[in-house]
Design a protein around this ligand. Structure first.
Ligand SMILES: Cc1cc2nc3c(=O)[nH]c(=O)nc-3n(C[C@H](O)[C@H](O)[C@H](O)COP(=O)(O)OP(=O)(O)OC[C@H]3O[C@@H](n4cnc5c(N)ncnc54)[C@H](O)[C@@H]3O)c2cc1C
Length: 466
């Protein structure tokens, strides 16, 4: 078993900054990241610099990635934490098989996943998540061909639309479920970052000038396949239903914090819609109710990339100091970074509030709508077995596919809340099972030669096991 002072899980903005700050005072830090490169969901592009038409262009996050890779931390890319225990030991699956790591403290910086509230047609080919589109654009500068309908909650919708427009996408419509009043109500908190606010306003204005229809207070009711195209049925408050022909649809309903590890170790959680839904209960110092496990960035509650950067750095310093390995930091820079953290989190939380899970959209899920896309379970099939959520999961296999409930878990919790007439906050959740990510046989056993198998079989036979 490997050991270290601080184990950081996830190398997005929060994890990279946490590792840099934690190692600055001499702590031995291991970082485990599932993707083959660091950067998380915001700095998704592969490698450090990419060439563009005008030569080699720097991208946001490149400088941070460089500092991180040169930091001297033990960085294990392409490795996933698939199990964790309350004693701060974790199991990691990666190219060299399974590893166990035991740490004096663990910083979870596992980020978030996209939430999709099911509607008819959401699992058909040519429909992807809105956040998935942003990743496609960041990783490959690519947009789907043909006419696209975009739908999503909060600023991510307009940022994705602006970027897609810039890459030449043919946008048939932007479907925004929020009424204008919700945007206006969020304005005061967004003023914490006037630069970003004005950028967002500029995007909206330019999209309007490009004559792209923006349908506010509206949602996609259904996507039908007709001949070679899709017909996107959009309901808009106070308007007749519209049928929009399209080739591709990108639709999401905000982000949800990744809580699989915190739930696996038995930490307490609470439901805070404005932070993205289920979040671990944290102390002032971002420690979970399981001692030695800390959470940074979106996995503790959605607050955006800037907040994740600041939070990671602050938490890395704090945890290193707790272990007696404080990083040298001047008082002025500590105060400055605390101020920036406050501004970033005020903006980020306003943004997350706009993208909070909306019960009225869950209420619209029809009986025949697929709620678990891995196992193709409909609402009616799941609800028919809903004596308790665990029985319903076993009988229908809802949540047992490759996503392990990451996408359908929130919907299942909502259905249970409705079934028992409870607020969503009190709906019981499925217990995460290990491995929390699909794990290949290669990752379980590492590299091997065929001859290894023969000798293992011979030795098993000798011991009477075969
Ligand atoms: C799909 C998606 C697209 C987004 N696109 C945008 C965008 O275009 N613009 C924008 O402003 N914001 C975007 N966001 C939000 C933004 O990315 C986040 O606010 C920000 O990146 C949060 O940083 P983080 O470090 O907390 O998490 P993340 O950046 O999500 O990083 C978490 C990292 O942890 C790793 N990880 C998770 N679990 C494990 C595990 N068990 N073992 C090992 N590694 C693990 C993940 O692979 C990931 O690299 C997006 C979010 C998502 C989910």
């Amino acid at each position: 078993m490997d050991s270290c002072d601080i184990l950081v899980i996830g190398a997005g903005p929060a994890g990279m900054e946490a590792a840099l700050a934690a190692s600055a005072g001499g702590a031995r830090v291991i970082v485990v990241e599932r993707a083959p490169w660091p950067g998380g969901n915001i700095f998704r592009h592969h490698g450090l610099v990419r060439s563009s038409g005008a030569g080699r262009a720097r991208r946001p996050g490149d400088a941070l990635k460089r500092r991180f890779l040169a930091s001297g931390c033990d960085i294990r890319l392409g490795c996933s934490v698939i199990s964790a225990a309350a004693d701060r030991s974790v199991v990691v699956a990666g190219p060299s098989g399974l590893q166990r790591i035991r740490a004096r403290a663990v910083i979870l910086a596992c980020g978030a996943s996209e939430r999709i509230i099911p509607f008819p047609g959401w699992t058909s080919p040519g429909v992807i998540g809105l956040a998935a589109l942003t990743n496609m654009m960041k990783a490959d500068d690519a947009v789907p061909a043909g006419r696209i309908v975009l739908s999503g909650m909060g600023p991510l919708l307009y940022s994705a639309a602006w970027k897609a427009h810039g890459l030449g996408a043919d946008i048939a419509a932007i479907v925004d479920p929020l009424p204008l009043g919700d945007w206006l109500a969020a304005l005061p908190r967004m003023l914490a970052r006037p630069g970003l606010l004005s950028t967002g306003a500029y995007w909206m204005m330019r999209l309007r000038l490009a004559e792209i229809p923006i349908l506010r207070h509206s949602h996609i009711r259904e996507i039908r396949d007709q001949d070679d195209r899709k017909i996107v049925v959009v309901s808009q408050a106070g308007e007749a239903e519209r049928m929009i022909p399209a080739d591709f649809v990108c639709a999401g309903h905000g982000l949800r914090p990744n809580t699989e590890v915190t739930r696996l170790i038995g930490a307490e959680h609470e439901f805070l819609a404005a932070r993205g839904g289920l979040v671990p209960v944290l102390t002032e110092d971002s420690e979970t109710t399981v001692p030695g496990y800390f959470v940074a960035g979106d996995s503790g509650g959605i607050a955006g990339a800037e907040s994740a950067l600041r939070h990671g750095a602050q938490l890395g310093r704090h945890v290193a100091a707790l272990l007696g390995k404080p990083a040298p930091v001047s008082r002025v820079s500590a105060i400055w970074s605390a101020c920036r953290m406050r501004m970033a989190s005020s903006f980020g939380r306003a943004m997350a509030g706009l993208a909070a899970p909306r019960e009225e959209l869950y209420d619209m899920i029809g009986d025949d709508t697929v709620i678990c896309r891995c196992e193709e379970v409909t609402r009616a099939e799941y609800c028919h077995e809903l004596v308790n959520p665990h029985a319903a999961k076993m009988r229908t296999r809802c949540g047992m596919g490759p996503c392990q409930g990451r996408y359908c878990g929130d919907t299942a919790a909502f259905l249970l809340a409705r079934h028992r007439d409870l607020p969503m906050a009190q709906a019981e959740r499925w217990t995460p099972r290990l491995p929390i990510f699909p794990t290949s046989i290669d990752e379980l056993i590492g590299d091997f030669q065929d001859s290894d198998l023969v000798s293992s079989a011979a030795s098993a036979a000798e011991r009477g096991l075969l």
